[in-house]
Design a protein around this ligand. Structure first.
Ligand SMILES: Cc1ncc(COP(=O)(O)O)c(C=O)c1O
Length: 338
């Protein structure tokens, strides 16, 4: 099976597994795991933040950010289809106790965010935070324009709001734009990044921010059950991904562009602009296209009745990727897109 459902399906390479097996470890609840500390220091430096904290998942990193910036009853402004609102099992309402106001578009402007900021009347929820996703998963790996990020940051400062970056795929945005992660994350108070997506590690994310915010994050992480022990084994996989798989994300982007171009030739298929490693295409029937692909040994996702998503990653490259493109095109044709 050629699996293009997500970049989370990658399996650790032999070299990554060796790095994990031989990692130096200690008890990280006592903050004594040298590999975790090394990873946290490296990510703090890469994102330009004072302190970084290792967590098991991107979900936990995002949820910690909500807990840091808001109190129960507060409101958070989030882009349409934001992961931390829609795909984290309702955690924001359950743990941070917040409610959300969604912008009309995934990649939104400062004006669209401003329209959602509440007045300070005591009977209204308090607006406390704006969250941005870069790259934006459900928008098809689109890059959030940095000029808009800066305008939204100015708005947040003007209203005393926090600003969080869901940077699960910030590595992809950095490679695609040529701007460093630190530059892209500079306007934000907190940033989450993932190692288990394009970087190919089996587990791991980080939340980074100021010293004072991250002191609270350490306590909240423990409350959520994210205080782990000899977890350098996992941090070593993340470090390996950072050191060996970051630059090569450009290959995934080129592969996605090629796939997008091939699908654009087919009748009745509308392909969204491909900016990184995700291809989103509108079709007659997602179900028929996905089923036809399955019969040919290829998996990708139906994200709505008429939209499919295909994600490129390091486990489908070279000759296997050429086979994948031919197979995907054949499946689309079989489903009526000649
Ligand atoms: C944009 C974005 N944020 C956060 C997450 C959550 O990451 P995890 O699956 O590690 O909880 C994902 C996962 O796909 C994601 O795409």
């Amino acid at each position: 099976m050629i699996d293009l459902r997500s970049d989370t399906v990658t399996r650790p390479t032999e070299a990554m597994r060796r790095a994990m097996a031989s990692a130096d470890v200690g008890d990280d609840v006592y903050r004594e795991d040298p590999t975790v500390r090394r990873l946290e220091e490296k990510v703090a430096e890469l994102t330009g933040k004072a302190v970084a904290l290792f967590v098991p998942t991107g979900t936990m990193a995002n949820q910690l950010a909500l807990m840091l910036h808001a109190r129960p009853g507060d409101e958070v402004i989030a882009g349409k289809s934001a992961h931390f609102v829609n795909y984290e099992s309702g955690a924001g309402g359950a743990w941070a106790g917040v409610q959300f106001a969604a912008t009309p578009r995934e990649l939104f402007t400062a004006e669209e965010a401003a329209a959602l900021i509440r007045s300070s009347a005591y009977w209204l929820p308090r607006t406390r935070l704006i969250g941005i996703e870069n790259t934006h998963n459900m928008a098809g790996g689109r890059i959030f324009p940095q000029a808009d990020v800066e305008a939204i940051a100015a708005l947040a400062r003007q209203h005393g709001l926090g600003l969080h970056l869901d940077g699960a795929r910030l590595w992809n945005a950095a490679v695609a734009t040529g701007s460093s992660e630190a530059v892209l994350a500079a306007p934000f108070d907190t940033v989450s990044v993932c190692f288990s997506k394009g970087l190919g590690a089996p587990v791991g994310s980080v939340l980074a921010g100021s010293e004072s915010l991250m002191e609270h994050a350490l306590r909240f992480r423990k409350m959520l059950g994210g205080g782990m022990r000899q977890v350098g084994i996992l941090a070593a996989g993340a470090l390996f991904g950072l050191e060996h798989h970051r630059e090569r994300l450009a290959e995934d982007h080129a592969a996605a562009a090629r796939l997008g171009d091939a699908l654009r030739q087919l009748r009745g298929v509308i392909v969204a602009p491909v900016e990184t490693n995700i291809v989103v295409a509108e079709v007659e029937s997602s179900e028929s296209v996905v089923a036809a692909a399955r019969r040919l040994g290829i998996a990708f996702s139906a994200i709505s009745p008429r939209v499919v998503r295909l994600v490129t990653h390091l486990d489908v490259s070279g000759a296997a990727f050429s086979t994948a493109v031919d197979g995907v095109v054949a499946a689309f044709r079989e489903a009526g897109h000649a």
